[in-house]
Design a binder for this molecule. Structure first.
Ligand code: ADP
Length: 814
């Protein structure tokens, strides 16, 4: 029997059921029922007899238009009501073999359907129990439709239908338009092979095009698809397929399984149709509700992600938040996020079984990676079995038992920056909202990743700048518009501490200072660079002198610049200064040197000229031996002085070029000291006593001329800066290093100037009044010679009481 035959049969049943509620007379009902039965089984003549009081009574007859030929095929079925035969239905056809098995079965179904009808109309009785069952089923279905829980609606619908239809097992399939399949969404007692998880949509729609119930016949050998074979093995003989429609639109199928050929009363079929219609609507509502709920959930997750991603967090925390969100959106159980660097994507964070992949580098030319890089939408793999088995991704999926996954390349302004994966341990379908959610997440994630990267860069830059400023040898401070300190560097803090202030009390520190121009004139506060910057100016660097309450002063170059907003309003001021005191002192020393040097050089020369002029004017002075000796001595002294000055100048020039080559030989320090004392005394003006305490000899390997120069200088200074009657003591002490001390009881040296004694051109403040000459080079040269011998020189002094210069000298230089 073909599909059309079944359809006709079914229609007959439905029509019969409708008759039940009609107001027709019993005879009209019988006649119409016979007509429907004939149409249903495709017969051309027939009779309907009722058994009344044990006798058959013909109630209706229909005969073929050409009744000439005798019927070649004939079937009959009992009319049954409440388990009791109440009549007989006979159908005949002039064709031979007009009735196949299904028709033979349909007739008893019609008979069974007819029984209660006729029984009711003729006898007033009805098959109450079935009607009650169906009513109850309808009632329950309408109760079930109130739920919005899809699974609950599905399961209850299936359960109600099974009961109402007296089926032994069944399943509900819903259409998945995105994947073009019917997907099983509920089942009861059917094995997987009879009711597989999915059916391709096309063949199913082709098979049941008109959306009316259809009976699949397991006894029909032409039905040879694998699920039907499986159904046969289980022992099913019929499967009733009831399509689910909502407003004429197909949404799914109900499949009901029977172990016997079915003979459902037409009213039951009608009820089933009604039940199915209600179920379809309920299922569709619940499905739409579920989609909407999922959608709301996904957007909720995205919104929560957006909010959380605003909080400051490091790269790893952010990466983890992104993967966790992706896993939630796609209802996955694992996931990872990779960051593209040059030729690979490096895993930054993972969850589930992918957590162990952190650090793994996936080459960008891996085929699926390359595909994703080229495609802005996610790559959805619902079953990894479909992947190219040799690909790295397929291999990795196998190793981790990942059966389905989705991944997308995150892009920032079109530029790929990384990948986002989520996966599951079983094959599965992804819903459109999940794919869409993943897409949205990936672009949000790209944005926050890039923002956090940019912030990190700015932070690093700021830290680098901060460190640079912190260690600048220049005092730097940043002040807010209200003058409060915003930032201060190490040099500034050190300066404040030097002033005796709290290292962060910038204002206190600088308000306590006196400011003046280099020429000593007071500098009005308003002229300070920092004040001018607050007034919105960009002042030139200014050299000035600052003095603290204790009278200490520094020469500094002060700078300041305003930081303004778009409207030019001063937001902050960067200010700073550099201490140029030592540069200033050096410049001063050079000026002094030039003055002293010209004076020093001029006096012996003037004196020489005077002597020679005298000789010229008075030739007798040459012939007089006594006067000649005095003259020559005078000339000799001036020349010596000149030579000494010139040598000092040459030495200091050499020192600056760092080339005073030593010429060490075996020599005797005691001898050198004696000669130096001799030389120093000859240069001294007054009667000067120098006492030497020394072992008779003190041999070592030194440059004797240089050591003599050092000692001559120290002894010369000791004599020069002492009153004429004070003795100078020179002691040499045996040992290694040997110790040399030059001790005087002269003017001493101001304590705070002792440090500077060995710098070139330095003369202590109390030196000039005592001795006009002196370049401030002697000690500088002496210290350098000692240092080159591997030794050291120190000075101890008390103002007005005298000084002790101590040298320690290794016996042999390294
Ligand atoms: P000069 O003596 O030519 O000025 P020096 O370099 O020899 O140069 O000495 C530098 C300064 O050190 C002197 O100007 C003086 O102020 C101080 N000085 C050196 N020796 C003594 C000393 N024995 N007593 C006091 N002051 C000294």
């Amino acid at each position: 029997m073909t599909g059309n035959g079944v359809e006709r049969g079914y229609r007959a049943l439905v029509e019969l059921a409708r008759l039940g509620s009609s107001e027709l007379s019993p005879e009209r009902i019988a006649d119409r029922a016979l007509q429907l039965a004939l149409e249903g089984v495709g017969a051309d003549s027939g009779e309907l007899e009722l058994i009344v009081d044990g006798h058959k009574q013909l109630v209706a007859r229909r005969s073929a238009e050409h009744a000439a030929s005798a019927p070649a095929s004939r079937i009959e079925a009992p009319i049954v009501s409440a388990g009791r035969q109440v009549g007989v239905l006979c159908c005949a056809a002039t064709r031979a073999n007009a009735f196949d098995d299904l028709r033979r079965e349909l007739l008893p179904a019609i008979g069974a359907q007819l029984g209660p009808l006729i029984g009711r109309s003729l006898t007033g009785a009805s098959d109450l129990s079935q009607s009650l069952l169906e009513l109850r089923a309808l009632h329950r279905v309408s109760a079930a439709t109130r739920s919005l829980d899809l699974d609950e609606v599905l399961n209850r619908s299936l359960e109600i239908t099974l009961e109402a239809a007296h089926a032994v097992a069944g399943a509900i399939y819903l259409r998945d338009e995105a994947h073009r399949v019917y997907r099983r969404t509920a089942r009861r007692d059917v094995p997987d092979d009879v009711a597989p998880l999915e059916y391709p949509m096309g063949p199913v729609d082709a098979r049941f095009p008109e959306g009316i119930p259809y009976v699949l016949d397991m006894d029909d050998p032409s039905e040879d698809q694998p699920p039907i074979d499986a159904a046969r093995r289980v022992g099913y003989r019929r499967i009733l397929i009831i399509p689910l429609h909502v407003e004429g639109r197909p949404v799914g199928l109900l499949g009901l399984d029977y172990r016997e050929p079915i003979s459902l009363p037409a009213s039951t079929l009608l009820t089933l149709e009604a039940i199915a219609g209600q179920e379809a609507t309920a299922i569709e509502h619940a499905r739409v509700h579920r989609v909407l709920a999922r959608r709301a959930e996904v957007f909720g997750l995205l919104r929560a992600f957006g909010e959380r991603a605003l909080a400051p967090m490091d790269t790893h925390e952010l990466a983890l938040l992104i993967v966790q969100t992706a896993v939630q959106i796609t209802r996955a159980d694992r996931g990872l996020i990779g960051r593209i660097n040059r030729r690979t994507s490096r895993v930054l964070a993972g969850v589930g079984t992918d957590a162990g992949l952190v650090g793994f580098e996936m080459p960008l030319d891996e085929p699926y990676m390359a595909q994703s890089l080229a495609d802005p939408s996610p790559i959805v793999v619902e079953d990894v079995a479909a992947l190219e088995p040799q690909s790295i991704i397929a291999r990795m999926a196998r190793e981790r038992n990942t059966c389905s996954f989705m991944f997308i390349t995150m892009r920032h302004r079109g530029r790929p920056i990384g990948q986002l994966f989520t996966g599951s341990g079983e094959p599965r379908r992804y819903e459109p909202v999940e794919v869409e959610g993943m897409q949205l997440l990936s672009s949000m994630a790209a944005e926050v990743i890039e923002r956090s990267r940019a912030e990190e860069e700015v932070e690093t830059e700021r830290a680098r700048l901060g460190a640079t400023i912190e260690h600048l040898p220049v005092v730097v401070a940043v002040l807010g518009a209200d003058g409060n300190l915003l930032h201060i560097n190490a040099a500034a803090r050190a300066f404040l501490v030097q002033l005796g202030h709290d290292p962060n009390n910038w204002r206190g520190g600088f308000e306590s200072l006196e400011y003046s121009y280099p020429d000593g004139h007071p500098l009005p506060r308003a002229e300070l660079p920092v004040m001018r910057a607050f007034a919105g100016e960009r002042p030139e660097p200014l050299q000035m002198t600052i003095a603290d309450e204790r009278g200490r002063h520094w020469t500094v170059i002060g700078v300041a610049a305003p930081l303004t907003d778009e409207e030019g309003k001063v937001q902050a001021v960067v200010t700073g200064f550099q201490d140029v005191t030592s540069l200033r002192e050096l410049a001063d020393a050079k000026d002094r040197f030039l003055r002293v040097a010209s004076h020093e050089l001029r006096s012996p020369i003037t004196s020489l000229r005077a002597t020679t002029a005298l000789l010229e004017m008075d030739p007798s002075s040459i012939t007089d031996p006594a006067r000649r000796a005095t003259m020559l001595q005078r000339i000799q002294r001036q020349v010596d002085r000149l030579i000494r000055l010139v040598e000092q100048l040459i030495d200091s020039a050499r020192l600056n070029a760092t080339e005073v080559p030593l010429q060490p030989t075996e020599c005797d320090l005691a001898q050198i000291a004696r000669e130096a004392i001799e030389l120093a005394r000859s240069g001294a003006t007054g009667p000067s006593e120098v006492r030497l305490q020394s072992p008779p000899t003190l041999p070592g390997r030194w440059d004797p001329l240089r050591l003599e120069q050092v000692l001559t200088n120290l002894i010369g200074n000791a004599l020069r800066y002492s009153p004429p009657d004070q003795e100078v003591l020179v002691t040499l002490t045996e040992g290694d290093p040997v110790k040399i001390e030059v001790i005087d009881r002269g003017i001493g040296i101001p304590k705070e100037q002792i440090d500077k004694l060995f710098t070139p051109f330095f003369r202590a403040s109390n030196a000039a009044q005592h001795h006009k000459g002196g370049l401030g080079l002697g000690l500088y040269i002496a210290a350098d010679i000692v240092r080159r011998h591997g030794g050291q020189i120190e000075v101890g002094s008390e103002l007005g009481r005298g000084s002790t210069f101590t040298i320690e000298l290794p016996r042999r230089q390294p």
